[in-house]
Write a protein that binds this ligand. Structure first.
Ligand code: IPM
Ligand code: MN
Length: 358
């Protein structure tokens, strides 16, 4: 081992559609960062995804969660979703299976504009779009609690429950405040729909007030989610840290991705501090682009940087981010962000700038 670094073991699950192409660029970039910064990183690839499911019926293999928690420090995932599996059962089993099964309660999604030209809003500079979303990731509307009564009849009733637990709400709100404190962020905005969801989201209200009182130096702000969506467009600069439930977090982070230049730019981490955590680009498997070498590798490279950051390899993480910023500034990007490069060329451009950092 070099540089006093400890070996970090990364499980790579490229998944479906464009997943393998963008993950391949991310892994190459990580390998280069490893060489430059003398990191000790190992990569083990797993073929979990639609193809394996169609061939074997296996989604998340038996014992997978135990193996991941015992043998790995981080998981780098691509995307899951395939038209041959219309209900996306494998995606739910694998992705939500890891989020829930590994108790990855923080879905951290930074919304950062790297270049003015990428923002769909008028006259917005990078300084105006720079906040992070803490999306609750283990409960809310994602618990599959509910059922049908008189299914497929004219009298059908469908019930889908939202679960909000005191512990679950408290730990995500606390994580948002801790992040704000550690990163010099001045404000935490909690978003809910407590004017209508008077039980579940009232729990968010009460918990937010209590947790906020422990962080006197950080402004505690609240917006109903409909109003928040409006302000994300009208004045994204008013946000620092947003904390919200699973479903609202899902929706507003696609909106946030649009502010950054689209899904091809958006990174995320599914985190349980101190445990094996999962890093994935926000975008899906985009099957229509699979195998065409056109997908944007920036989201997966920024996701790789988030993973390094989580693993304590901060210098290398910053260097990858810096290399991405340079590539974007020079227009060395794929078509979705107004460049004319292929996936592999855009990845190579990032690595060329990375090589120049040290
Ligand atoms: C996301 C995705 C997932 C979600 C889907 C694929 C289940 O949209 O990571 O944002 O809803 O969480
Ligand atoms: Mn989503």
């Amino acid at each position: 081992m070099t540089g006093g670094e400890e070996l970090k073991r990364v499980a790579v699950i490229a998944g479906d559609g464009i997943g393998p192409e963008v993950i391949s660029e991310a892994v190459r970039t990580l390998e280069l960062a490893s060489a430059i910064f003398s990191l000790e990183l190992s990569f083990t690839h797993f073929d979990w995804g639609a193809e394996k499911y169609l061939q074997t019926g296996v989604t998340l293999p038996e014992g997978a969660l135990e193996m991941l928690s015992n043998e790995y420090d981080a998981i780098l995932a691509g995307a899951f979703g395939d038209p041959r599996v219309p209900d996306n059962k494998h995606a739910a089993d694998i992705l939500l299976g890891m989020r829930f099964g590994l108790d990855l309660y923080i879905n951290l999604r930074p919304i950062k504009l790297l270049d003015e030209r990428l923002c769909p809003l008028k006259d917005r500079a990078p300084a105006d779009v720079d906040f992070v979303v803490f999306r609750e990731n283990t409960e809310g509307m994602y618990v599959f609690v509910g059922g049908n009564f008189k299914k497929s009849s004219a009298d059908e009733i469908a019930v889908q429950e939202e679960i909000n637990t005191r512990k679950g709400v408290e730990r995500i709100i606390t994580a948002a405040f801790e992040y704000a404190r550690a990163n010099g962020r001045k404000k935490v905005t909690m978003s809910d729909k407590s004017n209508v969801l008077t039980y579940g989201h009232d729990l968010w209200q009460r918990t937010f007030k209590e947790v906020a009182s422990r962080y006197g130096e950080i402004e505690a702000d609240h917006l109903y989610v409909d109003v928040l969506a409006m302000w994300m467009i009208l004045d994204p600069g008013r946000f620092d840290v947003i904390v919200t439930n699973n479903l609202f977090g899902d929706i507003i982070t696609d909106l946030g991705a649009a502010l950054q230049g689209g899904l091809g730019m958006a990174a995320s981490g599914n985190i349980h501090p101190g445990r094996v955590s999962l890093f994935e680009p926000v975008h899906g498997s985009a099957p229509q682009f699979a195998g065409k070498n056109v997908s944007n590798p920036i989201a997966s490279c920024l996701t790789a940087a988030m993973m390094l950051d989580y693993l304590g390899m901060r210098e290398a993480a910053r260097a990858i981010e810096g290399a991405v910023e340079k590539a974007v500034a020079l227009g060395e990007t794929t078509k979705d962000v107004s460049g004319d490069l292929s996936t592999t060329q855009a990845g190579e451009a990032i690595r060329r700038h990375l090589r120049a950092t040290k």
